[in-house]
Ligand binder design. Structure first.
Ligand code: C2E
Ligand code: SIN
Ligand code: SIN
Ligand code: SIN
Ligand code: FE
Ligand code: FE
Length: 380
């Protein structure tokens, strides 16, 4: 008990009067109703809950049915974001729909002390209520830890107040959650499309992952902002989506392509571009550029349009390096993987020929990071 005092030295506070409570609700209600970003919303809700019922910490856990986990992006004093849904009191509430008020979590067998062991925090009083969507399905829970008044325990009134806060925030949470799910789904679809483009040529899903990470690292090395490096990471896996239209006997040919076959193969760039170009989505627009330009060469001898130098979009120049690095470092149906030295020599030779010289410099600067990705996402 004195351990907790020495670590966090909590200051005791007073219970809110009804008018103060209204003020807290008004303060947060406006912000919450306008907030579409799930992370920010979770933080606002945690802050509102904490102020409203005078707790030290408050967390909004969301239930992921598919993975059977509870997760949160933000939590007061907790940097962990995911735990099995069967874990602890939060898990109990999510599975049973029961609210919980306890005086000391350490006297409750359901409590999971692991978090405290990691953080040095001492959880004592706890209040957990389920969070439901408009169909009354449980989508998560609101968890308050340690009552900061001199009484030190949560009351039935706190439970009612937190439920009220949950009701206020419920609609916003649901729509932000839906938006989040839509975005995650989009990312998955895009990713899957990339895998389809590659899987027909027997390349593993790891190729897609590696090209995505290599492209992000190169973009980052150029000094691009995080938003743009993430965009490139999401769009680059689709560079070969046009290969879906290439016949198997060419795509999977174990040996060297004839000139005629290679002409057909080359069409994958413009096919990919045409598949994607009409989308208004940010990511797909970037992907269409990448599909079209990832085989252009700095010296103008690439395809499909023979673009040269900075006429080639920077996304195309970045993905060109990522793609060739990965193609050379991997077994293909038509070739064995190259030794690293041989690959590095090629990039030196092709500096300002195939590839943008300043990107080759970034490539060498970031080589350690690139190799780490290669080793993490090995082909099996
Ligand atoms: P990919 O296998 O993903 O290769 C991407 C790019 O990596 C190639 O674009 C090329 O620039 C580089 N690359 C891959 N392997 C080698 C290599 O052994 N030596 C050199 N110098 N560069 C290499 P590229 O050439 O435009 O080829 C586009 C796609 O056409 C390849 O994608 C692959 O799917 C197919 N392809 C190219 N050559 C052959 C071949 O001889 N046989 C078969 N079956 N497919 C080929
Ligand atoms: C936590 O302390 O963050 C979760 C533990 C529990 O809900 O039992
Ligand atoms: C190409 O055909 O242009 C490159 C593939 C290879 O060198 O085998
Ligand atoms: C771009 O990002 O629009 C291209 C800029 C460049 O080629 O440097
Ligand atoms: Fe390609
Ligand atoms: Fe590829």
């Amino acid at each position: 008990m004195h351990e907790m005092m020495s670590i966090s030295e909590p200051k005791l506070r007073k219970e809110l009067a009804p008018d103060e409570m209204l003020q807290v609700i008004f303060k947060y209600a406006a912000k919450i109703s306008g907030e579409k970003d799930l992370d920010k919303l979770l933080m606002l809700m945690a802050d509102m809950g904490r102020e409203l019922i005078v707790s030290d910490r408050c967390t909004v856990w969301l239930y992921d049915q598919e993975k059977d986990t509870l997760w949160t992006k933000v939590a007061h004093g907790v940097d962990r974001i995911e735990m099995p849904s069967t874990s602890g009191l939060a898990g109990h509430t999510v599975h049973t729909g029961e609210s919980i008020i306890i005086e000391d979590a350490y006297n409750d067998k359901r409590f999971n002390q692991n978090v405290d062991k990691q953080t040095g925090y001492r959880t004592k009083a706890m209040l957990v209520i389920p969070f439901r969507n408009h169909e009354e399905e449980i989508i998560g829970c609101y968890q308050a830890i340690n009552k900061m008044t001199s009484i030190g325990i949560f009351s039935e009134q706190d439970l009612k107040n937190l439920e009220m806060a949950a009701t206020y925030a419920g609609k916003s949470l649901e729509s932000a959650f839906l938006q989040y799910e839509i975005e995650e789904t989009q990312k998955e679809i895009i990713y899957t499309m990339g895998e389809i483009g590659e899987s027909r040529s027997k390349e593993t899903g790891n190729h897609v992952k590696r090209v995505a990470e290599y492209s992000r690292i190169l973009a980052d090395g150029l000094g691009m902002k995080r938003e743009e490096t993430e965009l490139i990471k999401m769009a680059s896996p689709m560079h070969d989506i046009g290969k879906v239209a290439i016949p198997d006997d060419i795509l999977k040919k174990p040996g060297k392509l004839t000139d005629e076959e290679f002409e057909i193969m080359k069409s994958h760039a413009s096919i990919g571009y045409n598949l994607l170009k009409n989308s208004k989505r940010h990511i797909l627009k970037a992907a269409s550029i990448i599909a079209n330009e990832h085989h252009e060469k700095w010296n103008g001898r690439g395809y499909p349009n023979g673009k040269k130098g900075e006429e080639i979009h920077i996304y195309g120049r970045i993905t060109a390096i990522a793609d060739v690095f990965d193609a050379l470092a991997s077994d293909r149906c038509y070739k064995k993987a190259w030794e690293l030295d041989r690959i590095l020599n090629l990039f030196k030779e092709e500096r300002n020929e195939h590839f943008d010289g300043k990107l080759v410099d970034v490539f060498f600067d970031k080589l350690d990071e690139l190799l780490k990705v290669r080793d993490t996402y090995k082909d099996v």
